[in-house]
Ligand binder design. Sequence first.
Ligand code: CTP
Ligand code: MG
Length: 337
Amino acid sequence: RMLKRQMACRGDIHRLNAPLLAIYESLIPPEEERTKQKQLMALLEKLVCKEWPKAQLFLYGSCANSFGVSKSDIDVCLAFNEDISDKSEILLKLADVLQSDNLQNVQALTRARVPIVKLMDPATGISCDICINNVLAVVNTKLLRDYAKIDVRLRQLAFIVKHWAKSRGVNETYRGTLSSYAYVLMCIHFLQHRRPAILPCLQGMEKTYNVTVDNIECAYFDKVEQLRNFGSPNKETVAQLVWGFFNYWAYGHDYANSVISVRTGSIISKQEKDWTRRVGNDRHLICIEDPFEISHDLGRVVDKFSIRVLREEFERAAEIIQYDPNPCVRLFAPYVH
Ligand code: CTP
Ligand code: MG
């Protein structure tokens, strides 16, 4: 099936541009949501500071990486300068501290894969998850945000891909499909590979930003204002890119041998990463290398059933864009697998 059906782009692809851009525009959060997020962060900071004056709160995930659509929950990291051996204890204390004010549904989930405190702020209507010392996520959030500043087509493509994934039920890691974070990395990788390239490989350039987190050196070129025109030699429209993205994952990607790597700006081999067989529960049926935690395959959640679902959804999307006279309706039609 691989490679043999790579399709030529339909001639009238440009007709899709306006409707796709309209969907993108409709998903952008209004400025007042930002204001409300800041308001909630200020309240959390005030409460946390009383208990732990030296701790810091960071926003991460979609509310801070610029790939958040309207009405998203917010992800917050409570960072201590020291290692925390017992996160449960801190989380229970944190839930207690937050309980005392006018926040609702404050709950410590100490046994989750990523232990968190969940809460809802009735003043702003925002729900929030707070984790402890997940500084790597704060740093990869900055990397994604910096990539988004280089060319607006990344944000447009990623919004549409995320919207598609949520509509089609393939954005659920607990059911073996991919995280939003993985989809954004797939979009970055895809745009690094256009000819001419729309995005550079920031980790392959001069290192103007450099932090070490959990013994991992996170370094890359972050003076992205200097790269504002990087993608301009490439004139592709968002419609062509959305089409190209699905066509790549439907018919172009070599699932058996390839790992996509934003870190190197290229495709590397599964052999080289030693991601050729299942180890424990980690399978490598679709391989997406984390840009900093390079032993981490974001595709490891995908199993032999969900890989079929994913690939069928990529093929379905590619076919719809190719042949459907009005693709936007079917492309985003809600579905539960
Ligand atoms: N993250 C990570 N490693 C993963 C999954 C997530 O480091 N395997 C971190 C990333 O910093 C990511 C954040 O957790 O930005 C939130 O992940 P996710 O919920 O997948 O992405 P969001 O951007 O928050 O998307 P959504 O709009 O769906 O909430
Ligand atoms: Mg999130």
